[in-house]
Write a protein that binds this ligand. Structure first.
Ligand SMILES: Cc1cc2nc3c(=O)[nH]c(=O)nc-3n(C[C@H](O)[C@H](O)[C@H](O)COP(=O)(O)OP(=O)(O)OC[C@H]3O[C@@H](n4cnc5c(N)ncnc54)[C@H](O)[C@@H]3O)c2cc1C
Ligand code: SF4
Length: 215
């Protein structure tokens, strides 16, 4: 991380290979989302100024990349939130490892997943407002359509990556209608990142921050 930072600055922070431009949703500042995994990972990060690697990479960073959030804003959020965030270590972790914004200079593949991985690695999905197995319904887990749509949109760039494995063969087995439905669902999620809010499910052994307790 340190080597990449010092070798590649001052331009490293400008990388944005996918051209993602979306602003961070408001709930990045209070954890108020119906997605149980995100509510907990963000709520915990805001309260303790710390989260373990997988929360940073495979929950928050995963969602940020799938949702097309601007990598510079994502970087600034991590820099502001975490107690261990010195720019030389935070920026390559965020822009490179988590957002793949440097086109793989730092990481060998984009670290993204649908709900299946989060379900396997945690107990978040049980009790979540969303259905971890659904891709298209009203309560479908947002990670699912966003995941498939991310790979569909970036096929040219990513299909030859040997670490991506079965994603493209699976995608090619889907019908045109199925791919179109996923693209529409994902676009609608990306266009409505701030809504609906409320229904916070935040559980933490210590009292939640004041902003959360009022909800
Ligand atoms: C998006 C994102 C942003 C991050 N921002 C920071 C940051 O600002 N500052 C920071 O120190 N780490 C950062 N990390 C790396 C990592 O998440 C933290 O070092 C880790 O959470 C520390 O706690 P742990 O108990 O999970 O460490 P463990 O996984 O148990 O690792 C043991 C120690 O190894 C070091 N380490 C392991 N992996 C990394 C790594 N990828 N980068 C740097 N050190 C590592 C840490 O000092 C850690 O305490 C970031 C990771 C991601 C995905
Ligand atoms: S169902 Fe989706 S949003 Fe809910 S906890 Fe699981 S991965 Fe997160």
């Amino acid at each position: 991380m340190r080597g990449v930072y010092w070798a590649k600055m001052p331009h490293y922070g400008e990388h944005n290979v996918f051209g993602h431009q979306r602003d961070l949703p408001r709930w990045f500042w209070d954890g108020d989302t119906k997605m149980r995994c995100m509510a907990h990972a963000i709520g915990h990060s805001l309260e303790y100024a710390h989260a373990h690697h997988i929360h940073r990479l495979m929950v928050i960073g995963n969602f940020a990349l799938l949702a097309g959030l601007a990598p510079k804003q994502v970087h600034q959020w991590y820099l502001g939130v975490y107690i261990d965030a010195f720019e030389w270590v935070e920026m390559p972790n965020t822009l490179g490892m988590s957002q793949y914004a440097d086109n793989g200079m730092m990481a060998t593949k984009p670290y993204v997943s649908g709900a299946a991985y989060i379900e396997r690695m945690s107990d978040y999905c049980k009790g979540c407002h969303y259905d971890k197995k659904d891709r298209l319904g009203e309560r479908a887990c947002p990670f699912n359509s966003l995941y498939w749509d991310f790979f569909a949109r970036n096929e040219e760039r990513l299909a030859s990556n040997p670490r991506i494995g079965m994603v493209y063969p699976q995608l090619r087995k889907m019908s045109g209608e199925a791919r179109e439905a996923l693209a529409l669902k994902a676009a609608s999620l990306r266009d409505n990142l701030d809504a609906p809010r409320y229904a916070l499910i935040y559980s933490c052994p210590r009292p939640a921050p004041a902003a959360l307790r009022t909800i």
